[in-house]
Design a protein around this ligand. Sequence first.
Ligand SMILES: C[C@@H](N)C(=O)N[C@H](C)C(=O)O
Ligand SMILES: [Zn+2]
Length: 213
Amino acid sequence: LKDSRDENKTKKSAFVNVQDIIPSATFDIRYYTSNNFVGKPIDAYKAPKCILHKDAVEALKQVNEELKKVFKRLKVFDCYRPQTAVSHFMRWVDDIKDTSTKAEYYPNLPKPLLKGEYIAEKSGHSRGYTVDLTIEYQTRDGQFKELDMGSPFDLFDEKSNTMSSLVTPKQTQNRLLLKSLMLKHGFSDYSMEWWHFTHTSDPRTTYWDFPVE
Ligand SMILES: C[C@@H](N)C(=O)N[C@H](C)C(=O)O
Ligand SMILES: [Zn+2]
């Protein structure tokens, strides 16, 4: 008899490669690299891929289509996140002696306080309908640059709360542009992190553990 835990390690057919479906967005899958709050590539990210449930991807495509009309595009940092990767995050949080990334990623919080509100022990990302992302705009010379959101992706700080008073009105406006477009296409936001959105079609049932590959 096949163990249900083994089944959970197999990619579900409803999951798709977002880069194939939204090729005009850009993808910087940070947990595949060392450029993240752990400072090392994260377990189970075997390729720099963005995988999501197809229902969330269709909505995301619509957001990107709207942005294209005004010379902007989505920049995606993380999508489906295997439970194995979440376990890696938890090992890192519990290792209180390792503070090598503190200055860059959590300058004002003690490491144990990251668990929960900033880094979930059971993350919506593992269900496959959640995405971390920002917006890029095209400059006159055709290059793309990130909109100024007032804090970088994965800065675990009050400054990253969407309506934080620690950022400028223009930075709040940029966050609200992202939020309004995402909500228009069926996502819900997360008030603690301006970059984190979950599509409302998420049945909130299974936390998957197949690798990103
Ligand atoms: C770690 C960060 N990018 C994130 O996604 N945080 C939320 C709370 C999560 O872990 O689900
Ligand atoms: Zn997230």
